[in-house]
Design a protein around this ligand. Structure first.
Ligand code: ADP
Ligand code: MG
Length: 263
């Protein structure tokens, strides 16, 4: 049996994540900022989905809602058929323990080795040290860093650090992975390596993944892209472009990056 077949990742089925009419309003003094506006998103087990949108469109807000990090203003969020809006703090913390978060900034603990960083989610769950070390080594092998287990984050390249955070996220035994601009902080060649890894985890290990990004190249490796403009979600590129055009006309000082990321 090879290393990869020994990896145990949770098997999910059906709809893993669903939002219905999800709305988030932030108050800025007396002004309301409608960061999400009636978002309907459904993700099935085994999917690799991207949410593509310009800066300020509501991507990180969406991630914090579906990652159970913050509460919505209205609407429903279901994670594996459970309505997380009805959960208390402890229940939400439990839900978060089964989500594999990968952020732009790697958030690794500097004084721990790569392996210890990957062990951490299992340490928190009380997994015995021998088992957790063996599993962490498997996850490090899976992300192609079997020869870097004893390195500290500062001794690794940006791309390697991001692979360690992916290994750590896998150690959560995630029901799904949530990535917010996972390649935002690394060069383009390394970006492609990370993207191949994400693709491989999805294809070979059926890891359900939602990637949130403003980078159309990142979105291009996924099997389905949805678009977000001014807090509204669109299933087609045409609808998103039309919305972006309208938004530009209404509010032309708004930044869209280089010529609009949706273009
Ligand atoms: P993105 O990740 O797509 O760049 P965000 O979700 O961070 O967008 O932000 C969406 C909108 O909500 C922006 O107009 C932003 O200024 C606003 N926003 C985000 N977080 C807060 C907050 N905590 N308080 C007030 N406004 C916020
Ligand atoms: Mg963001």
């Amino acid at each position: 049996m090879n290393q990869q077949q020994r990896i145990e990742l949770p098997v999910t089925s059906g709809i893993v994540l669903e939002t219905r009419d999800l709305t988030k309003i932030y108050m800025q003094g007396k002004a309301e900022i409608r960061a999400l506006d009636g978002v309907n998103l459904k993700v099935e087990a085994g999917e690799l989905v991207s949410v593509l949108g310009p800066s300020g469109s509501g991507k990180s807000t969406l991630l914090s809602m579906i990652g159970a990090l913050d509460r919505q203003t209205s609407g429903t969020i279901m994670i594996e058929s459970q309505d997380i809006g009805r959960m208390n703090k402890n229940q939400l913390a439990e839900v978060r323990q089964h989500i594999g978060f990968v952020f732009q900034y790697f958030n690794l603990i500097g004084r721990l080795t790569a392996l210890q960083n990957v062990e951490l989610p299992m340490t928190v769950k009380g997994v015995n040290s021998q088992v957790r070390k063996e599993k962490a080594i498997e996850f490090m092998n899976l992300v192609g860093l079997g020869d870097r287990v004893n390195h500290r984050p500062s001794e690794l390249s940006g791309g390697q650090q991001q692979r360690v955070t992916i290994a750590r996220a896998l150690a959560q035994e995630p029901r799904f992975m949530l990535m917010d601009e996972p390649t935002g902080n690394i060069d383009t060649r390394t970006r492609d390596e990370i993207l191949s890894l994400v693709k491989k985890l999805n294809e070979e290990h059926k890891v359900t993944t939602v990637i949130i990004t403003h980078d159309a190249v990142v979105a291009s490796i996924t099997n389905r892209t949805v678009y977000i403009v001014d807090g509204k979600l669109y299933n087609t590129h045409e609808e998103a472009l039309a919305a972006e055009q309208t938004s530009r006309e209404l509010n032309d000082e708004k930044t869209y990056g280089e010529g609009g990321v949706l273009a």
